[in-house]
Design a protein around this ligand. Structure first.
Ligand code: SGN
Ligand code: CA
Length: 702
């Protein structure tokens, strides 16, 4: 497609209008000479928050809050009006930023996947080139940070109050509020740095991620305000595909009363269905010191009493939920804004502002009630778009809006470009430097590609990929759905009217599909079947169909669909992109103790059981597996024991088979397998001390 959109890209002349002649003199685009006077390599301060939508930032025209310090940063640099992520979910977005590659190319398609830190990343390359590098705050890549001189990161999602950190491999609890702590840790690292070297600091906030717990200083912000509802809060999805109807991120239905909405948690009652929520809520609120708790209760207590005195219903309840949600979200952002102010003050005080590239962004956007939703994942503008501010007084004109399309995969090549380091082979992003210093090439991208994979998964957002131009958005939902959507962003910036089936748009659809195919080929992501979850692997063996008697029943949520699921000839895959448990039976805290009746005496040459470890969850391999056999189902003789030599700390989601083969086949009718539960999650795990699970897919008799 020649012209995918009526270009809103600023012409070079307009762009340069705000730039002094001095900057122009240093800019010789397109010629082989060095473009700039050699200046000393800039410091890099890469500030990222988690889930910060453009719509909650003053400089992006927020109608709902003020962010004076972020606005100050924007006023001193460039603000991208069309910046996007490539897969709107945390771990994948971070992996794309570090590597400059799309998810399918860096291996992190979903949050569960550990990041392979041996890949070239910009921090590692900068470090090799003489930078001091550090990451402080959220990491969320299920692997140890590598390529950093210093790291101090939250395990997993981390906690808001008195969080634990992994500081250079050591677990420390730091008292205080997470956003403030990350700022303090960053400033102290800057203070202690080697001043002979340039630095690259990744200051990555947890806030304003779910469950939106505000800091002590902002507990009462917005108290007397009514935050306006987005006009499409009550979207009925009339013209959309089923993807919009089947999601589980609706403010009215999917927010949890206590964990999300901060209503009091009633005492546990059998069958109340709130066990998981109770655990999550207690893990966050019970960490508070008595003083923190008192301030919290002073803020939420009276609000919750008013709610209980006159509980709203119907639409009023939906809108009450929106108010509670959005205010807490914005309160979290207020602390992020304070943090930015403190860090900018530090740079000013230390005389570092001129020589430091400061970037502010978020791992993806967020729904703030648009379409009735929270969370992200969809390629719609609220979650696809990211805030992106770049301030670098030596090269970037102050106060400009850049309308060129930017992507999170551009960050790595951009930082490397400013540091004069060659980007690694296979980099898919582009350096933003030419669009930042005014030498915008005519050939800058006019469309962006996106691919979201985490389905089945939390929030039930279907797998999809698509292309966005300044004018149009085309999305394809696939896997257990096959649906397309097209939006005309000029007529319909809120993406409400799906025009895919409109005959008047048939030509546009054809052009956009061609553009989408071009991008998929360019990035090497043509085959969507490559990444589909494989939940079941068939396996032939002697016990298929044989009845199983269990000493302890599996948890009702993880029965894998039946009483003899352990002999149904279906195994889980060796690894999976997602925590797909359809082939697994899960035993909480108890051992798996199973007797299989083979029906008649059978020659057994090998006995095995497949078990799962998923360290992103509470599932560990058994500490040992004991096999025994019997002729009558009463008297068992030992067949053998297999000890587990896999560390309960080994990251990832993988299947491990415990197997035994005697020298000579053994004849028996009954087989007993006992897989010993680790009982409690090990130290260092996010569920440390909590109940461990054994997951098994099949008892294989061969
Ligand atoms: C948690 C949240 C989800 C959120 C994911 C991913 N649920 O699972 O709401 O979408 O993280 O977020 S919670 O009940 O545990 O809070 S991400 O930023 O890590 O991608
Ligand atoms: Ca996020």
């Amino acid at each position: 497609m020649g012209r995918p959109d009526e270009s809103r890209v600023q012409s070079r002349r307009t762009f340069l209008a705000g730039v002094g002649a001095g900057a122009l003199a240093l800019t010789l685009p397109g010629c082989g000479l060095p473009r700039r006077e050699p200046v000393k390599r800039p410091n890099i301060l890469f500030i990222m928050s988690d889930d910060h939508a453009q719509a909650a930032m003053g400089c992006y025209g927020s109608r709902i809050n003020e962010t004076p310090h972020l606005d100050r940063l924007a006023a001193g640099g460039a603000k991208f009006t069309q910046a996007y992520c490539t897969n709107a979910i945390c771990g994948p977005s971070r992996a794309s930023m570090l590597t400059g590659k799309y998810s399918h190319a860096n291996g992190v398609l979903v949050n569960e996947t550990p990041f392979d830190g041996s890949q070239p990343t910009f921090p590692r390359l900068l470090r090799q080139a003489g930078y001091q590098t550090a990451v402080i705050g959220k990491w969320h890549l299920s692997s140890r940070p590598s390529g950093f001189d210093h790291w101090c990161v939250l395990p997993g999602q981390g906690q808001y109050y008195n969080p634990d950190f992994d500081r250079m491999g050591e677990r420390v609890r730091i008292d205080g509020y997470v956003t403030d702590i990350i700022t303090d840790e960053s400033l102290s690292w800057l203070e202690d740095r080697d001043r002979e070297k340039p630095f690259c600091l990744l200051l990555h906030h947890k806030a304003p991620h779910r469950n939106w717990m505000p800091g002590p200083e902002h507990l009462n912000d917005f108290e007397d305000d009514q935050i306006p509802l987005p006009p499409n809060f009550h979207d009925d999805y009339a013209t959309r595909s089923d993807a919009a109807r089947s999601q589980k991120q609706s403010i009215s239905k999917d927010l949890l009363d206590s964990y999300d909405l901060k209503l009091p948690m009633p005492p546990a009652a059998e069958g109340d269905g709130r066990r998981d929520e109770r655990e999550m809520w207690s893990r966050s609120i019970d960490r508070m010191t008595p003083e923190q708790r008192a301030a919290w209760d002073a803020a939420y207590g009276p609000r919750n009493e008013r709610f209980a005195a006159e509980p709203p219903e119907g639409r009023a309840l939906e809108e009450w939920k929106y108010q509670r949600y959005i205010k807490d979200y914005l309160r979290c952002i207020a602390s992020v804004d304070d943090s930015v102010g403190r860090v900018l003050d530090y740079l000013d005080r230390e005389g570092l502002a001129e020589d430091t590239i400061v970037v502010y962004t978020s791992d993806q956007g967020f729904f703030l009630g648009e379409h009735g939703w929270f969370d992200k994942r969809f390629m719609y503008r609220e979650s696809h778009g990211i805030p992106l501010i770049v301030r670098y007084p030596r090269e970037v004109p102050a106060g400009v809006d850049v309308r060129h399309m930017a992507l999170n995969v551009d960050f790595s090549p951009t930082f490397l470009d400013y540091a004069d380091v060659r980007p690694p082979e296979g980099t898919q992003g582009e350096s933003l430097r030419p669009v930042l210093d005014g030498a915008a090439p005519e050939s800058w991208r006019r469309s962006v590609y996106y691919h979201y994979f985490e389905y089945p998964g939390s929030h039930g957002v279907c797998r999809h990929y698509g292309v966005r131009t300044s004018r149009y958005l085309l999305v394809h939902f696939y896997y257990d759905i096959d649906a397309w959507e097209l939006y005309d962003l000029r007529a319909d910036p809120a993406e409400m009217v799906n025009l895919y089936d409109d005959p008047a748009h048939a030509g546009i659809v054809t052009d956009l599909k061609a553009e989408l195919a071009r991008l998929r080929e360019k990035y090497g992501d043509e085959d969507e079947t490559m990444h589909l979850p494989k939940s079941v692997v068939p396996r032939e063996h002697a016990a298929v169909g044989c009845p199983v008697v269990l000493a302890h029943a599996p948890h009702p949520k993880y029965t894998a669909g039946g009483s003899n699921a352990l002999t149904d000839g279906r195994c889980g895959p060796d690894s999976t992109l997602l925590a797909d448990y359809t082939a697994w039976q899960g035993f909480e805290e108890v051992d798996l103790d199973a007797v299989v009746d083979l029906g008649r005496p059978t020659a057994i040459g090998r006995l095995s059981i497949g078990c799962l470890q998923n360290t992103n969850s509470w599932i560990f391999l058994p500490t040992s597996v004991r096999f025994a056999v019997s002729d009558d189902g009463k008297e068992f003789r030992e067949f053998g024991v297999v000890a587990n030599e896999v560390s309960p700390r080994r990251a990832g989601f993988f299947r491990h088979e415990f197997a035994l083969s005697p020298e000579e086949p053994v004849r028996a009718r009954y087989v007993r397998v006992r897989a010993e539960n680790l009982r409690a999650c090990p130290d260092g795990h996010k569920g440390a001390g909590g109940k461990a699970w054994v997951f098994a897919d099949e008892i294989v008799v061969e």
